[in-house]
Every structure is written in structure tokens, then in C-alpha cells.
Design a protein around this ligand. Structure first.
Ligand code: SF4
Length: 67
């Protein structure tokens, strides 16, 4: 799994960080998403996919086919 985020789309809603804080956090200045890891451990797969679906601005892209 590989994650990318589009900070230009992010509206700082913070749902991703609330859903899986091990992977997403919000920048302290603008509240926009910051990726803590791009290739999360397998046990976080479900939570990361949930965050992708919850993001209101479609700023999170998850490539599940990536190793
Ligand atoms: S849920 Fe989406 S809009 Fe909200 S902080 Fe995360 S990436 Fe940005």
C-alpha cells in the first residue's frame, strides 16, 4: 500500500488524523494534512482506507496494489 496526499485539495478537516493518527497529522500552521508515513504497516490498511473515504476533499489517494 502506498499513500499520497494532495495538500492543495486538503481543507484541513482533520478526519484523517482522527481516524488514523499513526499515518496522518495536521500541520500546526495551516491545519493541512501531513503524511507521517507513505507506506503504512499492514495492520493499518483498513483504517487508512476509511480515512481515504472520509476525506471530504478527496485529498487522499491509496494505492492498494503497491507492495
Ligand atoms: S481528511 Fe482530507 S481534508 Fe481533512 S485534513 Fe485529512 S486530507 Fe485534509
Amino acid at each position: 500500500m502506498k499513500i499520497t496526499v494532495d495538500r492543495d485539495r486538503c481543507v484541513g478537516a482533520g478526519l484523517c488524523a482522527m481516524t488514523v493518527g499513526e499515518v496522518f497529522e495536521q500541520h500546526e500552521d495551516d491545519g493541512c494534512v501531513v503524511l507521517r508515513v507513505t507506506e503504512p504497516p499492514e495492520h493499518l490498511t483498513e483504517a487508512v482506507e476509511e480515512a481515504e473515504q472520509l476525506c471530504p476533499s478527496l485529498a487522499i489517494t491509496v494505492d492498494s496494489t503497491a507492495p
